[in-house]
Design a protein around this ligand. Structure first.
Ligand SMILES: NC(=O)c1ccc[n+]([C@@H]2O[C@H](COP(=O)([O-])OP(=O)(O)OC[C@H]3O[C@@H](n4cnc5c(N)ncnc54)[C@H](OP(=O)(O)O)[C@@H]3O)[C@@H](O)[C@H]2O)c1
Length: 326
């Protein structure tokens, strides 16, 4: 099968195509014929090993010293069940699925195997038939990670929530999920993304290039810092955010803790999507053959929402790149 492997840590060009054997599912695994994946913030962070020294040391011990031990790259997928192991109960050949491969990577390939039960090696869910594979691949990353952080806020209807970094994969997911909880959402992003964040339902959008968010009288019950590692002085951002928290308010950063990706998050996303209460935010779509170009674009740090990669031509039409207002 066609696959993209990471030959060493470094620039996008370290990604190379290789013909790899098609994987065979173990007894508890599902083999997925993969139609779409995405270039996520984690993909570019792992590929470039762009961490401070001590974190990088720990990271290399976990993932691999000179290159990832699991050679096939990629974290999210959307496809069709090709075959199942003999103990698999909840999935069958032909099911449309999407998911997150966690520490086993492997989603930049024509086929991948994943346990039917969630683990540190990822999670798998049925995909809504209303979602295209591209939309599902776009939604899987933010859809698995954002709910983990939002749960920490125990967000209630009517509360005020601030999402800093509202235009990225986790940010666009968070804005929509928090609106669905009935809270009042303020999003922070740069000028070019203000209309996008408004279109996702944010009650207010602050353009950080024009306005200082701590200047306002607003106080928030929950603040999610969804700005990726290395893009901003996080210590300073945390101190600033704490100034606009309500007395019992809570702040959390996407760089805190180790998120647990759960299939239930994707199942909830299916329901919201089917009701028209959640939309995939797709910036660009590249074929797998242009994976280096796709990584080069995501490396700019300026993607809006998600960058999707298609593996096989599927009959479903491509979604429009930007969502229509909710
Ligand atoms: N804790 C963990 O184990 C774990 C696991 C997975 C991921 N993560 C984190 O999640 C990140 C990926 O998130 P993502 O995919 O949502 O990122 P993304 O799509 O690249 O989103 C970036 C967001 O940050 C904003 N931003 C960028 N530079 C900024 C700046 N200088 N000042 C203010 N805002 C800025 C962007 O807004 P504008 O473009 O409008 O400026 C955008 O809203 C990873 O890099 C990692 O840090 C952590």
């Amino acid at each position: 099968m066609k696959a993209v492997i990471c030959t060493k840590y470094g620039p996008p060009e370290v990604l190379q195509f290789k013909e790899m054997p098609k994987p065979v599912p173990k007894e508890d695994e599902v083999c997925v014929k993969n139609f779409a994946t995405a270039v996520t913030g984690s993909d570019v962070l792992v590929r470039s090993a762009g961490f401070p020294f001590f974190i990088e040391l720990m990271f290399r011990m976990m993932i691999g010293f000179t290159k990832p031990r699991k050679p096939i790259f990629g974290l999210v997928f959307a496809g069709e069940v090709e075959s199942v192991g003999k103990n698999v109960k909840r999935f069958k050949k032909g099911d449309q699925v999407y998911g997150f491969t966690g520490s086993s990577f492997g989603a930049y390939a024509g086929y991948l195997c994943i346990s039917e039960d969630e683990s540190k090696e990822g999670c798998l869910s049925i995909k809504s038939a209303k979602m295209s594979y591209e939309e599902a691949a776009a939604m899987a990353y933010g859809g698995c990670l954002a709910p983990y952080y939002l749960e920490k806020g125990n967000i209630q209807k009517g509360q005020k929530v601030l999402i800093y970094g509202a235009s990225g994969a986790l940010g666009t997911t968070s804005v929509q999920l928090v609106k669905n909880l009935g809270a009042e959402v303020t999003g922070i992003c740069s000028t070019k993304n203000v209309e996008l964040v408004k279109s996702l339902g944010a009650d207010r959008v602050i353009d950080y290039k024009k306005e200082d968010f701590i200047g306002s009288q607003e106080r928030y019950d929950f603040i999610l810092d969804a700005v990726p590692h290395g893009k901003i002085d996080k210590r300073n951002l945390k101190a600033q955010c704490k100034k606009v928290l309500s007395p019992n308010g809570k702040y959390i950063s996407i760089d805190d803790g180790s998120p647990k990706e759960k299939a239930e998050y994707l199942i909830q996303l299916n329901a919201l999507f089917e009701k028209g209460n959640f939309k995939a935010v797709i910036d660009r779509i590249y074929p797998l053959e242009q994976i280096v170009e796709a990584h080069t674009y995501v490396d700019t740090g300026r993607k809006q929402g998600n960058v999707v990669i298609t593996l096989t031509q599927v009959s479903q039409p491509h979604p429009t790149p930007h969502p229509t207002p909710l």
